[in-house]
Ligand binder design. Structure first.
Ligand SMILES: NC(=O)c1ccc[n+]([C@@H]2O[C@H](COP(=O)([O-])OP(=O)(O)OC[C@H]3O[C@@H](n4cnc5c(N)ncnc54)[C@H](OP(=O)(O)O)[C@@H]3O)[C@@H](O)[C@H]2O)c1
Length: 266
């Protein structure tokens, strides 16, 4: 992809899942990356794996995106390591799924570690850089578009991401492009937790069929769309929510039509 090689990026939550695949895709494209995660052991294991494959272009810091000091610290660390910073990928986000039972603390966590952390990272990215041009991608979700049972906190927080990127895209134009991506069901630890025995083989067929493409998504597929939105190939894309969802949001309540016989008439 155009305009990635030699650039520098921050990826929040890069030690596992979609974030990890994004770090790897960017390293493959020749981007230097600083990523973070809360668990130091997991982060350092991922760092060692990448260093072996890609050399010294990758760095890890253990931190919590909800903490007040994290955004300023992460961006300043990236500037120290890379000199300049070109890209930001806001990926870490709490999967807090509460509804009527949500406490004050649940709401605080869902928003402060979610869309507010995304916004605070964007603000630091803008404040601390000297370079004008840049690109930002935030990971949203199909959950920001639809109702799902007992998920007020997660779905409301994901819905906020879309409005955040629109406002940021307006205020940061024309130098910095800001977009988000809405994946559907991606095979990561969070989805594995919901399977009968945590294995890919135990994924119910029904989950594949939530998607027009009839397959659970892979983290590397979402990472490819992140790389595209950061690249110069997406030079005219900003304020956009890319449905990287294998057709999930295009489908209606009739699903793939297995239970609907209506064929229309002439
Ligand atoms: N998986 C899906 O089906 C799916 C679908 C749509 C959208 N998404 C979105 O995609 C993004 C990534 O999801 P995923 O499934 O890849 O998650 P994941 O496998 O649970 O990985 C999350 C990553 O973020 C880090 N992280 C989480 N909370 C953090 C915090 N407060 N501060 C710093 N790091 C944090 C985790 O490391 P530590 O645990 O060590 O902190 C880990 O590296 C999220 O925004 C999620 O909402 C996922």
């Amino acid at each position: 992809m155009k305009g990635l090689k030699g650039k520098a990026a921050i990826v929040t939550g890069g030690s596992r899942g979609i974030g990890k695949a994004t770090v790897e895709r960017l390293l493959e494209e020749g981007v230097k990356v600083l990523f973070c995660g809360r668990n130091e052991k997991t982060g350092l294991a991922t760092l060692a794996e990448f260093k072996q494959k890609y050399g010294d272009a990758v760095f890890f810091i253990a931190c919590d995106m909800e903490a007040k000091e994290t955004p300023a610290m992460l961006v300043s660390k990236a500037r120290e390591l890379f000199g300049e910073l070109d890209f930001l990928v806001n990926n870490a986000f709490p999967f807090t799924a509460k509804a009527l039972d949500a406490t004050y603390e649940d709401w605080q966590h869902a928003f402060m570690a979610g869309p507010a952390a995304y916004a605070r990272m964007i603000a630091e990215f803008v404040k601390q850089r000297e370079k004008k041009e840049g690109a930002i991608v935030c990971i949203s979700s199909i959950s920001g578009h639809i109702a799902q049972p007992m998920r007020w906190t997660y779905n409301a927080a994901k819905g906020a991401v879309k409005q955040l990127i629109r406002c940021a895209a307006m205020d940061l134009a024309p130098a910095i492009r800001v977009n988000c991506i809405s994946p559907a069901w991606v095979w990561t630890d969070e989805v594995a937790k919901a399977t009968p025995d945590g294995t890919r083989a135990s994924v119910p067929q029904a989950w594949d069929e939530y998607h027009l493409l009839q397959k659970l998504q892979e983290p590397s597929q979402i990472a490819a769309t992140v790389a595209f939105l950061l690249s110069d190939d997406a030079a005219v894309v900003t304020g956009h929510d890319l449905y990287a969802d294998s057709g999930y949001l295009a489908m209606g309540p009739e699903g793939l039509g297995k239970t609907a016989n209506f064929a229309g008439s002439v």
